[in-house]
Design a protein around this ligand. Structure first.
Ligand code: ATP
Ligand code: MG
Length: 406
């Protein structure tokens, strides 16, 4: 990295002053200009001294070793020998800074500086030989250290390249993931809109037909009255559809309070009692093990149970029974609504929690999807099972204390 990469320079200047390959590598990762600047700032902080500084440091090291070596008399043998070994420092430094070639060059320069000293000892061939051996060591240390440094540098560069590539792949993966999520959301919105249009078109058609009948002078008073009833009924249906749709699309945050489940079931029976009586369906409450007070949202829980019991009543023929079972579980409570109705065919089972899935003429198909969403928000779970003999059982598991999901 060049030292000209100034941290405070504006983007244009950054681009000009930083080596182009570095800029391009970083740009390749999909980073924005400010991210590239940040990365370059990091790299700049870790930058090594420039080539000329490193050459100068090596030369200075050899010069200092030579001066100290030559100027220390042999009478101070310990110091003299110590300074003689000082040559290894610039050699090792050059090998680390420039690799094998740097180590070799430093060994050559050190040897040139050292030889005059050996020549002065010709009169003692044995000492001169040991000095020559030292020179060989200069070369060995320079070349081996340099080769190791080269290897380390190569590995670091490979690692850096792999990291850059990984970062790029990671960014691409993230982008693809975001695109898939967006596409998924769009397709869900599209499906919802299509189903909603279908659900609204039916009652609108009925209302228009009834209005035409009312307008026609040939229509009898009786048919007129019937048409008005149709309009009233379809308006109610549309209203219910919108209420359910809002519950589904914008579920309100649960307000947790203590809930007495047994009393909650009683209040639901009071609400649906007349309806059940009309259809000759018997409502039964079975408390297997009285649960502790549950921390939950009583209104939302009531809405869910009401939906399940009404579904049960609608499916159960005259004379049938609906059981609501309350039980205590290890970590929470268990509620089941069991009916003796027509049941749900296996092929429909996986669609019943989908919005707008209905087999009823006047149904919105949102009751179970709202129930599913509410129970999940309350931290619980809901499941539907076909009874072995006839009818369905819808079971809820709710935790104590609540595990509310956002
Ligand atoms: N207890 C049940 N027995 C048989 N079928 C059921 C039962 N509960 C639900 N279903 C089936 O699941 C479908 C979806 O139920 P859901 O409560 O979501 O909507 P719906 O009852 O059709 O409409 P709405 O709830 O608006 O009246 C129903 O139309 C019905 O086919
Ligand atoms: Mg329903």
């Amino acid at each position: 990295m060049q030292s000209q990469c100034h941290a405070d320079a504006p983007v244009g200047r950054w681009h000009k002053k930083c080596p182009l390959d570095v800029w391009e590598i970083l740009e390749d990762t999909g980073a924005t200009s400010s991210e590239i600047q940040g990365r370059i700032r990091q790299l700049t902080a870790m930058r090594r001294p420039s080539t000329s500084t490193r050459i100068l440091a090596t030369g200075l090291g050899i010069l200092i070793a030579s001066v100290l070596h030559y100027l220390t008399p042999h009478s101070q043998l310990l110091l003299h020998n110590l300074f003689q070994k000082l040559y290894y420092l610039p050699i090792v430094y050059a090998a680390l800074a420039f690799g094998g070639r740097g180590g070799l060059a430093a060994a050559v320069v050190s040897t040139i500086c050292y030889i005059p000293h050996i020549l002065g000892w010709r009169h003692d061939p044995e000492y001169a030989m040991s000095q020559y051996a030292e020179l060989i060591l200069f070369f060995l240390v320079g070349v081996i250290t340099g080769a190791l440094a080269d290897q380390g540098r190569k590995r670091r560069e490979e690692l850096e390249a792999a990291t850059t590539k990984l970062e790029k792949v990671y960014r691409e993966l993230q982008d693809s993931f975001e695109q898939i999520k967006r596409a998924d959301r769009l397709s869900a919105v599209g499906q919802l809109a299509a189903s909603l249009a279908h659900e609204i078109r039916n009652p609108l058609g009925s209302i228009e037909g009834a209005a035409n009948l009312i307008q026609s002078p040939a229509t009898s008073a009786e048919i007129r009255e019937g048409s008005l009833n149709i309009i009233r009924k379809e308006c109610q249906r549309l209203n219910r559809l919108l209420t359910n749709l809002l519950d589904f699309a914008r579920p309100r945050q649960p307000e947790f309070r203590s809930v007495d489940l047994v009393r909650l079931v009683d209040s639901i029976f009071t609400l649906v009692g007349p309806n059940a009586q009309q259809q000759h369906v018997k409502l039964m409450k079975i408390v297997r093990k009285a649960p502790r007070l549950l921390e939950s949202d009583p209104e939302q829980l009531k809405q869910v149970l009401l939906n399940l019991v009404i579904n049960g009543i609608q499916a159960t023929p005259d004379g049938g029974e609906i059981e609501v079972v309350v039980d205590a579980e290890d970590a929470g409570v268990f509620i089941a609504v069991r009916d003796q109705g027509i049941g749900i065919p296996p092929e429909d089972l996986e669609r019943i929690f989908d919005p707008f899935f209905t087999t009823k003429e006047s149904g919105t198909g949102l009751g179970l999807s709202v129930a599913h969403r509410v129970i999940t928000h309350l931290g619980g779970s809901i499941k539907a099972e076909r009874n072995p003999d006839r009818g369905m059982t819808f079971s809820l598991s709710l935790p104590i204390p609540p595990r509310s999901k956002q």
